[in-house]
Design a protein around this ligand. Structure first.
Ligand SMILES: Nc1ccn([C@@H]2O[C@H](COP(=O)(O)OP(=O)(O)OP(=O)(O)O)[C@@H](O)[C@H]2O)c(=O)n1
Ligand SMILES: [Mg+2]
Length: 454
């Protein structure tokens, strides 16, 4: 039996001291929120758009944001009868008017367009939405968000610290964030977990025995079955799984993080020591001791948002591994890294070189017509090393088309199913670098990635 001694109060205190917004920080955020709310209302009035309400949502509105993150989510809510066209044009018009005072403006697109602005150093989303009667009657995915607020806010009051601890603990474990790049836990999900389990400590203890299929349904109103490893039925929408974006591996990484933490509750689980970029000499040492083949497919990073890019990169990773397997290469592992200018799909193979000879198994000798045809074809073919019978079948030792993984990739990469933007970028040019060649990639962020990879 493991003896569990509890999480020291002192540790939680130290962590909170680093992540809990100070009173002045909180005050500043409130002032900015208020300023922006007034500007939205003024813009709606000026542009003569009736029925607009301003809703503050997300962690900033719930007091569950981590110090140092300057993220404000403002929803511009329109009456339900508004058409989608009107919501898009009027909503963006209002947002754009507010954005006149911003340092930076970016058009973004989820199910419908919204604006992301930098205002006095804050990262602000101005999101138009429909004001529907309940979260199960939403017209657009973002319409749920105000309901999340209404559910969480009164229930989380007095437990905000627990949410902060859990968010930071998840960050430390590399599992916080529900974007398609991370496939981890969303802010709303951490809040639901705290509401359900009562505290950070209870959540961590409970997660140690989670298994795929774990289901949490606070409102006991689940309407459909879900396939995902963790099912947390949205308290505001019986048909939605709040943890739908969580991948099996991130789910398991969290379980592992919790178990290790309870064995020795230390600060490093919240703030892992930062990794240093791997030096050339270290890369060479590691290559020498691993004795595998490391390959990097390098191309220009497509100019699209991460939520579009990463699903395409994950798809490419799988497609490339499948191509290599098809041609007899044994893939040990795959990975992706994407920086500002370059992106790399990483592959580790047992070997990047196969013999020229390839064993080609034919039909049994007694299946006369097929067998004779097979023998005829390969007997006469160029580059055949030899033939014999084994277990009643014709075998020919033929010449392998791609003895080198690099050659295979150079020749056939474009036949892999690649997403639109990745395909575009790869078709403009790519490079396959091997083993020590990897030293060419100097981006410190890539070198940090390599430290975990090799
Ligand atoms: N996958 C997501 C992302 C967001 N939201 C909703 O949009 C709000 C704002 O999203 P975001 O800023 O990503 O999360 P926060 O809860 O604000 O958490 P954080 O502290 O990380 O900003 C969330 O609270 C949630 O209600 C959601 O339902 N599903
Ligand atoms: Mg937020």
């Amino acid at each position: 039996m493991e003896t569990y001694t509890g999480i020291p109060e002192e540790l939680k205190f130290v962590v909170l001291k680093r992540i809990k917004p100070t009173e002045p920080e909180r005050e500043k955020l409130l002032v900015i929120q208020e300023e922006l709310a007034l500007q939205v209302k003024a813009a709606a009035k000026k542009l003569d758009v009736p029925g607009v309400l301003v809703k503050m949502v997300g962690s900033a509105a719930r007091g569950t944001w981590l110090s140092g993150t300057h993220d404000i989510d403002i929803f511009i809510s329109f009456p339900e009868e508004t058409s989608r066209k009107e919501l898009e044009t009027l909503g963006i018009a209002v947002a754009r008017d507010v954005a006149k005072n911003a340092e930076h403006v970016e058009d973004r697109h989820a199910e419908h367009p919204y604006l992301n602005i930098t205002y006095k150093g804050f990262d602000v989303d101005l999101v138009p939405c429909f004001r529907v009667a309940s979260a199960s009657q939403i017209k657009s995915a973002v319409d749920r968000t105000p309901f999340h607020n209404d559910f969480v806010k009164p229930r989380i009051k007095g437990h905000e610290d627990e949410v902060l601890l859990l968010k930071q603990f998840m960050r430390g474990g590399g599992v916080y964030g529900s974007e398609l790049k991370t496939q981890g836990f969303s802010g709303y999900l951490t809040e639901i977990l705290i509401i359900y389990y009562g505290s950070f400590e209870n959540t961590v203890c409970a997660a140690c025995t989670w298994k795929p299929g774990e289901k949490i349904d606070i409102m006991h109103h689940s309407e459909i079955e879900h396939e995902e490893p963790l099912v947390v039925v949205d308290p505001t929408d019986p048909r939605r799984n709040v943890a739908a974006a969580l991948s099996l591996d991130k789910f398991c990484m969290f379980i592992d993080h919790c178990r290790e933490f309870l064995k020795s509750p230390e600060l490093s689980f919240f703030f892992p020591p930062s990794l240093l970029p791997l030096e050339d000499s270290e890369i060479l040492e590691r290559l020498e001791s691993r004795k595998s083949t490391q390959l990097a497919i390098v191309f220009k990073t497509p100019d699209v948002v991460e939520d579009v890019l990463f699903p395409q990169l994950y798809k490419m990773e799988q497609a490339v591994a499948a191509l290599l397997k098809e041609y007899d290469f044994t893939v040990i592992k795959t990975g992706i890294w994407s920086g500002k200018t370059e992106t790399a799909v990483m592959l580790e193979l047992i070997s990047g070189v196969l013999p020229n000879v390839k064993k080609h198994v034919g039909p049994p000798v007694w299946v006369k017509v097929h067998a004779e045809k097979f023998k005829e074809k390969y007997q006469a073919a160029a580059g055949v090393f030899g033939g014999y019978i084994e277990n009643g079948k014709y075998i020919f030792e033929i010449r392998r088309k791609y003895p080198m993984a690099k050659g295979l990739l150079e020749d056939r990469l474009m036949t892999c199913s690649l997403g639109k933007q990745v395909h575009q970028s790869v078709s403009e040019g790519f490079e396959i670098i091997e083993n020590a060649g990897i030293c060419r990639l100097k981006d410190p962020d890539f070198r940090i990635f390599l430290r975990k990879w090799m």
